[in-house]
Design a protein around this ligand. Structure first.
Ligand code: ADP
Length: 263
């Protein structure tokens, strides 16, 4: 690692104008991929040039959520990423056969990520979002080494048990000296027809993570938004059109667009 034969990663070069966000969570199923694709689609709709690298090697779901099953094409030595909803997207899912599980060890993962970052023709991106696997594993460390300027965006649910593990994922940034862009709380509540809110997963998780990361890094880590639970969000993902595009006036889309505007 770090030898002179390493391919050049444009996003890691001094003067790169691309903002890179690594989207992290403590555990799976909190909506990390949903948040990633919706932020990407919202930013692209705003006219930014956006790429998503699905680095959730074992749980890749980004292509489906963006409604693409296209494969990358090869032009000379570069890999051309498929484009879905104006977002350039690369996923390990695009390089596997059917639903075969990927079993890779750290060094192979590192090489694959390096290739996705260096050999994919991303063009001049304003924003690159990386959908990390849940937890604090090899991928997060590799990304920190390959793109030290990548900022971390932590996704959690309001549940305090979930918040504790999310905090751990965020505090990796202490060791890697990466900036933490903020926290997004997902599945914050369910709006009921009578106008009340049902807090299915309790409350306070997002703020708790933001506060404790603020204390840990000694700089303000903001809670960027709270995304309610909505059937439409899940349906939109399943159908391959992010809710921010399919139903931008829904409560969850509005909250997601607000987060995108803060980044
Ligand atoms: P992760 O990437 O953290 O594993 P996903 O983004 O895959 O989580 O979300 C897990 C499931 O929960 C998906 O089926 C997704 O559509 C659904 N989901 C995520 N966020 C919400 C939400 N705010 N409202 C309703 N369903 C959601």
């Amino acid at each position: 690692r770090g030898d002179s034969a390493d391919p050049v990663i444009p996003f890691a070069q001094p003067g790169s104008l691309t903002r890179v966000y690594a989207v992290a969570s403590g555990k799976g199923g909190v909506g990390k991929s949903s948040v990633t694709v919706n932020l990407a689609a919202a930013m692209a709709a705003r006219g930014l040039s956006v790429g998503v690298l699905d680095a959730d090697i074992y749980g890749h779901s980004v292509p489906r959520m963006l409604g693409t099953d296209a494969r990358p094409t090869q032009v000379e030595r570069m890999i051309m990423p498929p484009v879905a909803h104006d977002v350039k997207v690369i996923s390990i899912a695009m390089f596997t056969q059917g639903n075969t599980p990927v079993v890779w060890r750290g060094p192979m993962l590192h090489r694959a990520l390096q290739q996705f970052l260096a050999d994919v023709f991303w063009g001049d991106l304003d924003i690159l979002l990386l959908d990390l696997p849940p937890g604090t594993g090899d991928v997060a460390i590799s990304i920190a080494q390959l793109i030290p300027n990548a900022e971390i965006l932590v996704v959690t649910t309001p549940q305090l048990a979930a918040a504790e593990v999310a905090e751990r994922a965020g505090s990796i940034a202490l060791q890697t000296r990466q900036r933490i862009a903020g926290v997004v709380e997902n599945m914050s509540w369910l709006d009921l027809p009578d106008g009340s809110r049902m807090e299915l997963y309790g409350s306070g998780g997002g703020q708790t993570v933001a506060d404790s990361l603020t204390r840990a890094v000694g700089a303000t880590v903001p809670l960027l938004g709270q995304i309610p639970i909505e059937q439409g969000l899940r349906e939109a993902s399943d159908e391959g059109t992010p809710i921010v595009l399919r139903d931008p006036d829904s409560a969850s889309a509005k909250a997601l667009i607000e987060v995108a505007d803060k980044l």
